[in-house]
Design a protein around this ligand. Sequence first.
Ligand code: GLN
Length: 194
Amino acid sequence: MLALQGDVREHDRALQAVGARTVHVRRVDDLDGLDGLVLPGGESTTISRLLDVFELREPLRCAVRGGLPVYGSCAGMILLADTVLDGRADQQGIGGLDVVVRRNAFGRQVDSFEADLAFTGVGDVHAVFIRAPWVESTGEGVQVLAAVGAEHPAAGRVVAVRQGPVLATSFHPELTGDHRVHGLFVRLVKEARG
Ligand code: GLN
């Protein structure tokens, strides 16, 4: 768990529920020996600033490019996106996920909402969105795993993607007690380890 800001404890619980052991990453040394990394929901501009303060941005960029499995929820998705729209001017991410993400994309009326989604490889998921981003476009190697359903004003917007060992969701499965998305991530980690 990247533990600079955000809902770290909720992710911890979800990961432990699917059999993972979690450690908190705050310094470069904490990256040693990790099998995977989770970037929590929170505030991407704050996490971005703290990545500089804790000198973690470059080491994390290298780790992700080197094939470390990573899962980002919400702010974590923004940090993983290669391109961010509506970010703050000084906001920089980690990158590694070939997508364009729009920050705070769902707008004021539906700032925060819940929706049922069909999530490839997981099944039907009740998703909680909190000032969430959406994925505006995806590069070639990126698989779309879930989009907003037809009954919603933002129908069709992409909210879960995977590129190899990199997984990202606009929503927060760590908040609902349904641990299947974390279970999927643990499977990706195991696959990557062979
Ligand atoms: N809007 C937040 C951001 O820009 C993300 C919100 C969240 O993680 N729930 O980082």
